[in-house]
Design a protein around this ligand. Structure first.
Ligand code: GLP
Length: 261
């Protein structure tokens, strides 16, 4: 894993957006994996800026969201398919129908999960996957204790995650759905590149486990230690419980040189 501690959310967004843009420039019909949550917003802002400046285009690209709530009205503004449209995809030039999300409102969510996994495979797999991390170490909505090799499946949110996400539901945990469809850890690990963005002290424990803890289903993001091309961008607060900071910095600088940045 390549880990960087950067100075601000904006810088994190810029470095992450540049990685997505690089993939898109090399492969205009790239399949991009999108995460919701607040951490990737500066990344999406920067991609919108690059699109508006004529530097990149999504006209041949496709996107797959990581996850979706089960049981929300499909028109609910916090349904992830609506959230991602609002904050990102409607502001760039994805073709009609190119942005996919699991069908959280399907009558049979188990079927919808299998179907979504098959759709990702049929698209040729994800070229670059954007990730955030939950304070309990989830990625997508893969909560602690699940299979480290899971495919897209129905999962159930921890109280911690529902408390964290209540801010999107008028601060009311009772409005936060209890279930979701999420790409599985095995599905996520098949993406050719992972780019994770993490900010804030609330994520410091999860980041410590992710970067320096043992791989464990109790901290699902730790599966990323097995990925050959995973980049994790942190702010100072998120990195505050890491040791060996000097080596982390040296290794990042070395990686940047190798990549020609
Ligand atoms: C949600 C999403 C995750 C996201 C996480 C962190 O639960 N399902 O994909 O990474 O929250 O969100 P935030 O970036 O808002 O802290």
């Amino acid at each position: 894993m390549h880990v960087a501690v950067l100075g601000s959310e904006e810088e994190i967004g810029k470095v992450a957006a540049d990685r997505v843009a690089k993939v898109l420039k090399a492969k205009p019909n790239a399949v991009i994996g999108l995460a919701t949550g607040s951490s990737p917003l500066p990344l999406y802002q920067d991609l919108i800026r690059q699109y508006q400046a004529g530097e990149i285009s999504f006209a041949k690209a496709q996107a797959f969201c990581l996850d979706e709530y089960v049981g929300l009205d499909p028109d609910h503004p916090e349904a992830y398919r609506n959230f991602i449209k609002r904050v990102f995809t409607s502001q760039v030039d994805f073709p009609q129908g190119a942005v996919n999300a699991p069908q959280g409102a399907a009558a049979d969510p188990v079927w919808a999960a299998d179907e979504y996994d098959a759709q990702i495979r049929a698209a040729g797999g994800v070229d670059i996957q954007v990730l955030g991390i939950g304070s309990d170490g989830h990625i997508g909505f893969n909560e602690p204790g699940g299979s480290l090799t899971s495919r897209t499946h129905v999962d159930f949110l921890t109280d911690q995650t529902r408390r964290d996400n209540a801010r999107f539901f008028e601060g009311n945990i009772d409005q936060v759905p209890t279930a979701c469809i999420t790409q599985g850890l095995g599905t996520i690990m098949e993406a050719r590149e992972l780019i994770m963005v993490v900010t804030g002290a609330g994520k410091a424990d999860a980041v410590r486990e992710l970067v320096q803890g043992p791989v464990s289903a109790q901290w699902p993001a730790t599966i990323m230690q097995f990925h050959n091309r995973a980049v994790v961008l942190l702010d100072e607060a998120a990195a505050s419980k890491l040791s060996d900071r000097e080596h982390i910095q040296d290794a990042w600088e070395g990686f940047q040189r190798l990549e020609g940045n």
